[in-house]
Design a protein around this ligand. Sequence first.
Ligand code: B1M
Length: 219
Amino acid sequence: MSVKEELFKRLKEAVVNGDPEEVSKIAKKVVEVGIDPLEAVEKALVAGVLELGDKWVKGEVFIADVVAAADAMKVGLSILKNEIVKRGRSVKYLGRIVIGTVEGDIHDIGKSIVATLWEASGFEVIDLGVDVPPQKFVEAVKQYKPDVVGMSALLTTSMLKQRETIEAIKQAGLRDKVKIVIGGAPTTEEWAKEIGADGWAPDAFSAVQLIKRLFGIEG
Ligand code: B1M
């Protein structure tokens, strides 16, 4: 087993065990030995949360275990994020994006990864956090004047808030000032079209391609 595989295996285990200290220690080691931080996010941090998520859906673990794993995962993401952004650092920002998880929804793992990759791709990303009401997105558009608004939703119930937020931005007379993109596991391209979003992405990597397309950036 290579050093990388060994570190990824231990990092994933630390996430599954909901052990932030161990996650922090191994994530720092990943950076120290120069392993691709993005690969560590995908193959260890996210893999750990999903593995536990499957056990939870099967009723083998409790939701508290999933929360602990998600919190431990986010400790690792914050350490690896700096390295990801540093490696992708571009001199000036290519554009400004406001992102948030919609009202009634507190899932933020996917959103944080998307925000990290957009930052690493040279965009200024303002993260509004979770459980963000439509009006807060409207205020953020007025305050930050972003080029793009991104909304994440992980519940079939909270997806409806993506539509409500687009309506609120329209009501505020701001719809032509921003591009709006959505994502999150239950969302689909059809849903994005139905609610009048400008784009949708199934995962973080295609979210980077999407944002570059919206800005007319090649590659
Ligand atoms: Co919850 N949860 N959860 N959960 N949870 C799901 C989503 C669920 C599918 C599990 C299940 O039952 N099968 C289910 C939703 C069912 C549905 O409505 N479709 C569910 C449920 C029901 C719930 C609760 C209601 C459980 C309860 O309390 N009874 C509750 C709801 C709380 C709330 O939001 N109000 C709840 C709570 C939680 C925790 C808080 C414990 C925890 C979240 C911790 C956190 O985020 N800080 C949690 C977790 C971890 C999950 C699972 C296990 C994993 C979700 C995740 O992080 N995936 C999930 C089951 C599963 O998916 N296996 C489940 C990994 C992440 C990288 O993927 O978020 O899809 P994802 O992000 C991807 C893409 O979607 C895309 O790129 C990302 C990276 O590749 N993407 C975007 C995401 N956002 C984007 C935005 C974009 C573009 C792309 O542009 C803006």
